[in-house]
Design a protein around this ligand. Structure first.
Ligand code: ADP
Ligand code: MG
Length: 431
């Protein structure tokens, strides 16, 4: 039966990925296109050897490994699989050899040319694309077959059976490619996750190191500041050194403030709900981000309404804001401007972070806040998601508006009045 054979093919197609995940995932060879090409080559040959012959055609799923090999292994892997199919086909049967060659070349050409665009899609789109790319060669082949049967005055054939064959063939093919590419995507995701975990781990240690360094730097700073203050008190105001000392002291105070901010921020986060005066808290965040903004040549300023109070966890709130402002700074070129504003409006505290940086396309905008979505070389794709989570836990809302080339506006609305009970409930969500 056709169905049985084809189901066997499905297994043969899934086998390389299963073998890969069980034995080769952590080895170098697993990534090699030669290896992938050979695995899929073998699977294509197996498909060919147990194909089902009917209506002058070999019904089998040999082009599925071919397409998968091109898409997930690259041109070298695809080329090897292609050659395996051609080789096996030549040895196996001499009849309609030319037709076999042509259809193999056709089946190989589209994924070969499409592979670059393929990788621009995200996971789910890639699966759909793979299905579509895998289906079309058989579609063409079958059209040729049917028109050939139609125009040749062959003995009578069973049209019903043919239709069932075609439908079954299409369905099983879709299942095979769909499953196989889903497995591939899972492998890719796992690989990314591993890398990401390694980097998060490294960042974590770096963060701890930085905290201890900041701590160490603060002590000598305090000593220097003390002695300078002493010297200043002994200088007379008209002396030259007096004004230098004032300048040195104010710069030292700034360095101290930065380090203090940093240390506060880097402290391990204990959940503590307290009453925050928002303008002061936001000012803290802004002075924490100021060095980054200055380095980037961006003007970071604010317009904050005072006496707006919110019951929440200080560190969580700060972190949510830091992530958003950091993105704004990173999106803005030298000479740009970021404006942070706070206003109480009705039941909400409204915080707006507006930049005139590079902005986002609609597509980017729709993906923002999804795990690991980043457009930066060294981005983590975690920042926005963390911010969203925190604000969600505060029962607030965050909305992004963005125009490519013009800038982005992030609006955060946080309800001012909430029952305290909810604050405690939200703990778990935040953590
Ligand atoms: P990361 O900053 O590590 O890339 P995020 O989750 O913080 O991760 O941000 C995800 C992506 O959203 C960024 O890579 C960027 O492309 C986009 N983005 C976020 N904020 C802005 C902004 N203000 N302007 C332009 N793009 C932004
Ligand atoms: Mg970020």
């Amino acid at each position: 039966m056709l169905a049985e054979k084809l189901l066997l093919h499905v297994f043969v197609i899934l086998a390389p990925i299963l073998v890969y995940t069980s034995f080769f995932e952590n080895r170098r060879i697993g990534q090699s296109p030669y290896f992938i090409g050979m695995m899929y080559g073998v699977s294509a040959i197996l498909c060919l050897t147990v194909s089902y012959y009917s209506y002058g055609l070999y019904w089998d799923l040999r082009y599925v490994p071919l397409v998968l090999s091109f898409l997930y292994g690259g041109p070298i892997a695809g080329g090897i699989t292609f050659l395996s199919i051609i080789g096996a086909r030549t040895f196996m049967a001499a009849d309609s050899l030319l037709f076999g060659y042509i259809s193999a070349t056709l089946a190989a050409s589209i994924p070969f040319f499409y592979v670059k665009r393929f990788w621009k899609h995200q996971g789910k789109r890639r699966i759909l694309t793979a299905i579509w790319l895998g289906i079309w060669p058989s579609f063409i082949m079958l059209s040729i077959l049917i028109s050939w049967l139609y125009f040749s005055d062959n003995p009578i054939y069973d049209i019903k059976e043919l239709i069932i064959y075609v439908l079954l063939f299409g369905l099983i093919q879709i299942i095979a490619i769909g499953f196989a590419s889903m497995l591939h995507e899972a492998v890719i995701e796992r690989r990314l996750m591993k890398k990401e975990m390694q980097r998060a781990e490294k960042l974590n240690t770096l963060g701890e190191l930085a905290a201890s360094i900041a701590h160490e730097v603060r002590n000598p700073l305090t000593v220097v500041k003390g002695f300078l203050q002493l010297m200043k008190s002994q200088e007379k105001e008209k002396d030259d050194n007096y004004q230098y000392l004032s300048l040195v002291l104010s710069e030292l105070a700034r360095a101290e403030a930065i380090i203090n901010d940093y240390l506060n921020f880097a402290k391990p986060q204990f959940e503590k709900i307290e009453r925050l005066e928002l303008s002061a808290t936001i000012s803290d965040v802004i002075s924490l981000m100021q060095p980054l903004a200055i380095k980037q040549g961006v003007d970071l300023d604010s317009d904050l309404e005072e006496e707006v109070y919110l019951h929440t966890d200080r560190n969580q709130f700060k972190q949510a804001l830091v992530n958003v402002i950091k993105n704004a700074v990173e999106a803005t070129d030298h000479g740009g401007r970021i404006h942070v504003s706070l206003k109480a409006a009705g039941q909400d505290a409204r915080i707006t972070i507006k930049d005139n940086g590079k902005g986002m396309t609609k597509e980017q905008l729709s993906r923002i806040g999804t795990l690991f979505y980043t457009t930066k070389d060294k981005g983590t794709g975690l920042g926005t998601m963390v911010s969203l989570r925190i604000i969600e836990a505060m029962e607030g809302r965050i909305t992004y508006r963005s125009e490519l080339g013009k800038g982005t506006e992030v609006r955060i609305a946080l309800p001012l009045v909430r029952q305290l009970k909810k604050d405690f409930e939200s703990k778990e969500k935040i953590m």
